[in-house]
Design a protein around this ligand. Structure first.
Ligand code: ADP
Length: 324
């Protein structure tokens, strides 16, 4: 049985990463396994930034936003010679296996480390919900609720002043934050990476609603698709609504994790420690239906994303209906 494991958070931070680390510590301690927190992801691995973490630390961080261990990006980790420094550091410290909480990129690192003799298990930590092999990721629910609150507030003022708004949300190349937020706040126009509307289509849809006399319109878009400020100007010109853009930005990354994110984080962490204790590595823990599963990282990296375009079409249609 292994005696010492490490845990790190890597890539973009997500609410619930702390709960994942807390879950790892508690589950490992219960099996008599010591846990070392590795600061700033793979950067800390190659710099030997390890600290022993205990159940008091777990209690302290469980409910907090951000990641107390810190996160970083280290592109050089793709090079075997750089990873070897990390492997040597772990061996020197007697750390036999690792839990890595992050996204697809971090999983690649975890897979490579496993091939170099350090068993790694990945946990899906990202607000974007862009890990295809898990139905939900740790941080998605919190970010979604942050977006919902922001849109509800924007709606109040748009409705008061008979205006339109363009709201830009995160998601990287995944439209789930926009799809779920648009569905739950009734945004009239939604454009995501997987189902992108042209600027002309957006303007036309808003114009139709303006002509019918709709009091307020919210255009919800995923990041990296448009210049949202320029888009707002075009919408204003074409529709006649005074239109402003709100780019929600990093507010979506922070904040106290929701119950669902904490639950997913802690239960996945327990499952991850079970995997390591059973001598497994090169796997990630994901949610499939309501069930946690452990799948080979290699076999899932190129899995196609679930097609949600039909769902989005239905919502677009329903959200653009209104009674004058
Ligand atoms: P995320 O984990 O959120 O997808 P990144 O794509 O930035 O975020 O990846 C996080 C880190 O994982 C990178 O900074 C790098 O250290 C490591 N990484 C990414 N791709 C690879 C790879 N192909 N091989 C080894 N390590 C990788």
């Amino acid at each position: 049985m292994i005696k010492k494991i490490g845990v790190l958070t890597s890539g973009g931070d997500a609410p619930g990463m702390n709960a994942a680390v807390a879950g790892v510590i508690r589950a490992a301690n219960a099996k008599g396994i010591e846990v070392y927190g590795i600061r700033d992801g793979y950067k800390g691995l190659i710099n030997g930034w390890f600290e022993k973490v205990d159940i008091d630390f777990a209690q302290e961080i469980l409910t907090r936003g951000g990641t107390r261990l810190g996160s970083a990006r280290l592109p050089e980790f793709k090079e075997e010679s750089v990873r070897q420094i990390g492997v040597d550091n772990l061996k020197k410290a007697g750390i036999e296996a690792l839990v890595v909480c992050g996204g697809d990129g971090s999983y690649m690192g975890a897979q490579r480390l496993t091939e170099m003799g350090i068993n790694c298990v990945g946990l899906p930590g990202t607000i974007d919900n862009d890990i295809v092999s898990s139905d939900y990721t740790i941080g998605f629910d919190t970010a979604l609720n942050t977006i919902i609150e922001a849109i509800d507030r924007i709606r109040d003022t748009m409705q008061s002043h008979n205006r339109a708004a363009v709201v830009e949300v995160m998601g990287n190349h995944c439209g789930d934050l926009a799809l779920y937020a648009g569905t739950t706040t009734g945004c009239e126009v939604i454009s995501t990476s997987e189902s992108k509307l042209t600027e002309e289509e957006i303007c036309e849809q808003v114009k139709v609603l303006a002509k019918k006399g709709k009091r307020s319109v919210i255009v919800l878009v995923t990041e990296n698709l448009y210049d949202s400020n320029a888009l707002a100007k075009k919408v204003e010109e074409k529709s006649g609504y005074v239109t402003r853009a709100t780019i929600l930005g990093h507010t979506q990354r922070g904040g106290i994790p929701t119950g669902m994110d904490r639950y997913l984080a802690v239960t996945s962490a327990i499952y991850a420690v079970d995997q390591l204790a059973a001598g497994k590595g090169g796997v990630y823990v994901g949610l499939d239906g309501n069930k946690l599963v452990a799948r080979d990282i290699n076999s899932t990296l190129n899995m196609p994303r679930k097609d949600k375009s039909q769902e989005l079409s239905t919502i677009r249609l329903l959200n653009s209906q209104f009674k004058k």
